[in-house]
Design a protein around this ligand. Structure first.
Ligand code: S3P
Length: 446
């Protein structure tokens, strides 16, 4: 599915209907990485269709895992991904650099896998990934026994020579699920025990996925412990819908009068679902129902209806569980109540500087918005006018601007809209299907 580079988004009155979002990006990466380290074959249904998770598969294939796609079980599903595992420390030296594309998750988490493999690998990425900090994984993985070099400022490319690792007790300063996961993936292949003590709770998909593949992981509050050398066995898995993708249309439904949106088969892992509380605090009517568990991950439906919006303050301790939803939650401020976020300095080192570019884009559309060193404030003001914005190669900014555009008086032109292919290639199709527009407003025009 190709998405146009420049898309015009017309205003909408409401979003109404039922939506299934693509498979969760975070969970897909983890299932793929653990499959490659497992003994036997793993089949992953509803694997995330975006470019990021394709980068992980391409890297694993270059490292000797046999990766294939078979036709979907249900119409509309992406293909089922099958991976023949190589067993712990069983991957083989790649013929060239491993291209992680735009995906920080791929680069950071696969580093934990490679840290235990006794060959040289070089990890590269696109212009955005090449600006992102890697010190956070280099520190602990070096302490465990790997030899790692990076470019100036500890930015990619990252060169890793793996070795015999020893488990560590690691207490990162910044909460990061990617860093926790890199250390746990290395710890699985190390001697002795590895323990990570997080400064704040982050998404726990790696812990749940390790258990799904048969490993024993102890979780005690914010401390995760894992004994090295545990063998994993191949599994049959299904990935829940991505709540971070669902967040875009959920925010639109909360913001536009008369909206009524049901999102089915979506992941409702409590370490990812803080969005629900924030939408309720903003005044929206949100029902969240867990219907089943898929390999240890809660899955269910979200039902979101509009109500008059209130001001929302997002405090620093809420940020780790909302980090990917902050750009779209900011847009609530352009529809009604203000949105104030602090303690979110990490947004500056995402796919773009998400504080600077978000505020610049919303202002270009007419918002009353301020940038702060570690956050932003979007104040309730007059209706947006629309205008021209740039996504700066950042999928979540492209989608956040598209949601803000629904509440504007005129159209919004989004340059770099094709960035949505990283996590949600069908985003603009879903938006057009669910948006209720006045006759003559037009839909998107590619
Ligand atoms: C992710 C963790 C978060 C998040 C990213 C995905 C993961 O990054 O922003 O989109 O899958 O573990 P950090 O670990 O840098 O906080």
């Amino acid at each position: 599915m190709r998405v146009a580079d420049r898309i015009d988004v017309a205003p909408a009155r409401a979003v109404i209907g039922t939506l299934r979002v693509p498979g969760d990006k975070s969970i897909s990466h983890r299932y793929a990485l653990l499959s490659a380290l497992a003994d036997g074959r793993t089949a992953i249904a509803n694997y995330a269709p975006g470019a990021d998770c394709a980068s992980t598969l391409a890297c694993l294939a270059a490292l000797g895992a046999i990766v294939s796609r078979t036709p979907p079980e249900r119409d509309g599903d992406p293909a089922v991904v099958t991976i023949e595992g190589r067993g712990l420390r069983g991957l083989t030296a790649p013929a060239g650099p491993l291209d992680c594309g735009n995906s920080g998750s791929t680069m950071r988490m696969i580093s934990g896998v490679l840290a235990a493999h006794p060959f040289l690998s070089t990890l590269i990425g696109d212009a955005s990934l090449s600006r992102r900090p890697m010190r956070r994984i280099i520190g602990p993985l070096t302490q465990m026994g790997a030899t790692i070099q990076a470019g100036p400022g500890d930015r990619p490319p990252v060169t890793i020579r793996g070795g015999s690792l020893t488990g560590i007790h690691f207490a990162p300063e910044t909460p990061s699920a990617q860093v926790k996961s890199a250390v746990l993936l290395a710890g699985l292949q190390a001697s002795g025990e590895t323990q990570v003590v997080e400064p704040a709770c982050t998404r726990d998909h790696t812990e749940r996925a390790l258990a799904a593949f048969g490993a024993t992981v102890d979780v005690d509050g914010r401390t995760v412990s894992l004994r090295g050398g545990q063998r994993l066995s191949g599994q049959t898995l299904r990935v829940p819908g991505d709540i971070s993708s669902a967040a875009f249309l959920a925010v639109a439904a909360a913001a536009l009068p008369g909206s009524d949106l049901t999102i089915t088969d979506v992941g409702l892992n409590p370490t990812r679902a803080a969005l629900v509380q924030v939408l309720r605090r903003a005044g929206a009517e949100v029902e969240s129902t867990v219907e089943s568990h898929w390999s240890g991950e809660p899955v269910g439906r979200l039902h979101v209806r509009h109500a008059v919006l209130r001001d929302v303050v997002i405090a620093p301790d809420e940020v780790p569980e909302l980090i990917d939803e902050l750009p779209v939650l900011a847009t609530l401020g352009t529809f009604g109540g203000s949105v104030t976020v602090s303690g979110a300095g990490e947004l500056r080192v995402k796919e773009s500087d998400r504080i600077a570019e978000l505020v610049a884009g919303l202002r270009a559309m007419g918002a009353d918005a301020d940038e702060r060193p570690d956050g932003f404030q979007i104040r309730r003001g007059p209706k947006l006018t629309g205008g021209a914005v740039h996504a700066h190669g950042d999928h979540r900014l492209a989608m956040a601007f598209a949601i803000a555009a629904l509440g504007a008086s005129g159209p919004t032109q989004i340059d770099g809209a094709d960035a949505v292919a990283v996590s949600y290639p069908s985003f603009f199709d879903d938006l057009d299907r669910l948006a209720r527009r006045d006759p003559g407003a037009g839909g998107r025009q590619a």
